[in-house]
Design a protein around this ligand. Structure first.
Ligand code: B12
Ligand code: SF4
Length: 500
């Protein structure tokens, strides 16, 4: 079967720049389908590095870009992005189109599904990923352009569905992890599919993108994942809706083999590990570092982890294995807020870990978040204070979104802050910055958001940090990054003058 897998547009419709990140879920499904004789490609519709980056924008800018997203996903939109999709479908002529659904993109997903059906009603439209698995019934009841929903981990279910559609026998009842409409129109959600026991059975993600190379010159950031899942359950996080709290690791040898394959085929020598907690299993990590060092695999990389999963021994190993940046989720400088969010870190550890990172010359990024239920202005000041104290090289600030399937979503529903009826079609999350604190008035909250965004830019655009960014940007291998960064620096300066 010919299958087109789509990462739908969101930032590109908001005119916000995103560099090409391989969509690992779609690339993994494509690899699995192709390994079994199908012809699958993916199309990244959310990538345009020419547009301004989100972290150069103010609250007001963000809000106007949300309006743009709402308009461009409406029925009147004539955005060329939809024509590009139509061209791809007419040219590739897939029998199945699979679309990935994170909640903020669901308006795009629904529009894409309709466009596809208008082009050819015989194409099967399949959704998968976070949002569609939570709202499978509502979507199949209301969106006639959607035929199937793959619940949870997608590779095996997608393959069985493609085989069944290929046979034309329409016996979907026995496909575990599938939701669909029966002949009577009634929605049927089949028994859940167990998670894949051994991740090494999956082929490495296949980067087979179908996009118009003429529109821009993408320099892909290479993403990689060595595990699926996280043992924690922070109240704002949706990861375990798919991974169900179990953590599975690929073998270190299998990950090293993927890296060798990347090095053989790509110019890029910098990897981003997107594992939820890359340093969770110390024995695994030390073995992985040992292989990278022993086999002289020359690669630089970054990872994301939790502060309570770091110690000096880990720093000393990862640095030798090429790690040059670690992203830490601090989230809040208020221990009370961390506890209320079920975030298992102790702030007294933060300073120690950042000092160790400096000792091992590893760049650091800190994720922070504003807008926790119950958060006060004082808590936000504590978050700014901890960042001032530990001085990361980057700070990424986001505003809490009550994502479906999380504890905060339940709380917001209970407090009638969200409308359960319209959540399936993305009405509840169509704005990036909303105030769910319940303690700070809207106007003050948005002022604090703006102030903190600006506080972050100042750190991110500090000259010393720009210089420290150089190894991560890998200028020797990707000279185009120099142009991109010069342009971005001008954007920062322009915004800064405008805001000061
Ligand atoms: C890497 C990542 C990013 C990268 C994206 C890079 C990229 N394009 O790959 C960046 C940093 C840009 C990012 C941004 C955001 N992200 Co993000 N991200 C992740 C992360 C850590 C890994 C994603 C991944 O590759 N997973 C690995 C693959 C194998 O899993 P998967 O994508 O879920 O796919 C599997 C199944 O879901 C299913 N499946 C998925 N799609 C489809 C489609 C079909 C047709 C089928 C059959 C099956 C299927 O099968 C796949 C294979 O088993 C996840 C958390 C996580 N651990 O998954 C959060 C996550 C997906 N992100 C999330 C969010 C909220 C965001 C932002 C909205 C944050 C923000 N406020 O700005 C933005 C959106 C920006 C955008 N334009 O997309 C949420 C989504 C929850 C939700 N309900 O929507 C998650 C779960 C994080 C969380 N902790 O809650 N993100
Ligand atoms: S925020 Fe991080 S640590 Fe918390 S549940 Fe999500 S992935 Fe796990």
């Amino acid at each position: 079967m010919k299958i087109l897998l789509i990462d739908p547009p969101y930032n590109s419709l908001r005119r916000i720049g995103t560099s090409l990140n391989y969509p690992l879920g779609l690339a993994s499904i494509a690899a699995f389908l192709n390994k079994h004789g199908h012809q699958a490609l993916y199309l990244s519709m959310d990538v345009d590095p020419r547009l301004p980056a989100a972290n150069t924008l103010s609250y007001r800018d963000m809000t106007s870009r949300d309006d743009l997203f709402i308009r461009e996903t409406g029925s009147e939109s004539t955005n060329p992005i939809w024509d590009n999709l139509a061209d791809a479908v007419k040219c590739f002529r897939p029998q199945i189109v699979g679309i990935s659904t994170i909640s903020v993109k669901i308006r795009s997903v629904l529009k894409l599904s309709e466009i596809i059906k208008q082009i050819d009603s015989g194409i099967s439209v399949v959704l998968g990923g976070h949002h569609s698995q939570i709202f499978a019934k509502e979507l199949l009841d209301n969106a006639s352009a959607v035929d199937f929903i793959v619940m949870g981990e997608g590779e095996e279910t997608a393959l069985e569905l493609a085989e069944e559609l290929g046979r034309g026998s329409k016996r979907f009842d026995s496909i575990r992890g599938l939701a669909f409409r029966e002949g009577s129109g009634k929605v049927k959600i089949n028994e859940a599919r167990p998670l894949i026991k051994d991740l090494d059975i999956l082929p490495p993600p296949e980067h087979c993108h179908y996009y118009d190379r003429g529109r821009f010159i993408p320099v892909p950031k290479i993403s990689i994942m060595s595990s699926r899942g996280c043992p924690y359950s922070c109240h704002y996080c949706a990861t375990n809706n798919i991974w169900r709290m179990s953590v599975r690791w690929r073998s270190p040898e299998n990950v090293a083999a993927e890296i060798k394959g990347i090095l053989a085929n790509q110019k890029e020598k910098y990897l981003s590990f997107y594992d939820d907690c890359f340093t969770l299993d110390k024995a695994w990590l030390l073995k992985f570092c040992e292989i990278i060092i022993k086999e002289k695999i020359r690669i630089n990389w970054q990872c994301i982890t939790s502060l309570n999963l770091m110690e000096e021994e880990i720093f000393s190993h990862i640095v030798k294995a090429g790690c040059i940046k670690v992203n830490f989720a601090i989230e809040s400088g208020s221990q009370r807020i961390l506890e209320s969010a079920n975030k298992r870190i102790r702030l007294d550890n933060v300073k120690k870990i950042f000092t160790l990172a400096k000792k091992y010359k590893i760049s650091t990024a800190a994720y922070i978040m504003l807008g926790f239920p119950g958060e006060t202005e004082e808590d936000i000041r504590l978050t700014q204070a901890i960042i001032r104290e530990v001085k990361p090289n980057w700070v990424y600030c986001s505003i809490l979104m009550p994502l479906p399937g999380t504890k905060y979503y339940e709380i917001c529903l209970k407090d009638k802050l969200l409308d359960p009826e319209s959540a399936w079609r993305g009405e509840t999350l169509k704005r990036t910055i909303m105030n769910f604190t319940g303690t700070i008035g809207d106007q003050r909250f948005f002022e604090l958001v703006d102030e903190t965004f600006y506080f972050c830019y100042k750190i991110n655009t500090n000259w010393i940090n720009l210089i420290k960014r150089m190894p991560v940007r890998n200028y020797l291998v990707n000279p185009l990054n120099i142009l991109k960064d010069v342009r971005r620096t001008f954007e920062y300066i322009k915004n800064r003058q405008h805001r000061e």
